[in-house]
Write a protein that binds this ligand. Structure first.
Ligand code: FMN
Length: 186
């Protein structure tokens, strides 16, 4: 049987991004049971219909086909001004384009996020959910994974507290079950 394929991206370009660290940590857990590929968004340009008409940039074509071929998508969102990042919204706008059915149509998606503050991207995640609903994605209903006070709880070498460990484990297994259920037409 072919392995389950998961792709993931984080809506931050920052080298020491908390959300890229979170994606790496959860991606490592996912890769114990599925094939996981993390996609960088550095080369995704700002959406511009003129650019689209002239021929889509390679990075957009590659991202869209990776999403199309995946069984599920993991998204880590930062929070900026009570919404998601421009980087992530722009990426979702590109994914809203292309041949129908759109790349995220019917796709199981897990959302998570990390922020230094006390709310851990709750508002950004609500924002992303709204956009994903329009794109026809099946966003995992629960659990939500909000890593608050992330500067002290996440680090590049993956150290974090025990309560967070348990939440990461619960999120990962729920996400993989969600992918399986949606893939089976549940
Ligand atoms: C312009 C700006 C607005 C921000 N607004 C929020 C916010 O509304 N809520 C929040 O929790 N953090 C906010 N932050 C802090 C970010 O969550 C923080 O910079 C975070 O580390 C960004 O994600 P990253 O580490 O993945 O790059 C804001 C940061 C900036 C620069």
């Amino acid at each position: 049987m072919n392995p389950v394929r998961i792709v993931g991206f984080a809506g931050s370009l920052r080298d020491r991004s908390l959300n890229r660290i979170l994606l790496e940590i959860v991606g490592e857990r996912v890769s114990r049971e599925a094939r996981f590929e993390s996609i960088d968004l550095f080369d995704i340009p700002l959406y511009n219909a003129d650019v689209e008409e002239q021929g889509e940039p390679d990075a957009v074509v590659a991202l869209r086909s990776a999403v199309r071929e995946a069984d599920g998508v993991l998204i880590a969102t930062p929070e900026y001004s009570h919404g998601t990042s421009g980087v992530l919204k722009n990426t979702l706008d590109w994914l809203a384009r292309g041949d129908k059915p759109r790349a995220l149509e019917g796709k199981p998606v897990g959302i998570m996020g990390a922020s230094p503050g006390r709310f851990g991207t709750r508002r950004a995640q609500a924002d992303v959910r709204q956009t994903l609903a329009v794109l026809g994605a099946y966003t995992m209903v629960r659990p939500w994974l909000m890593v608050y006070e992330a500067k002290t709880r996440l680090s590049a070498d993956g150290t974090r507290d025990e309560a967070l460990e348990r939440r990461l484990a619960a999120f990962t297994s729920s996400f993989l079950s969600w992918v399986e259920r949606i893939g089976a037409g549940a």
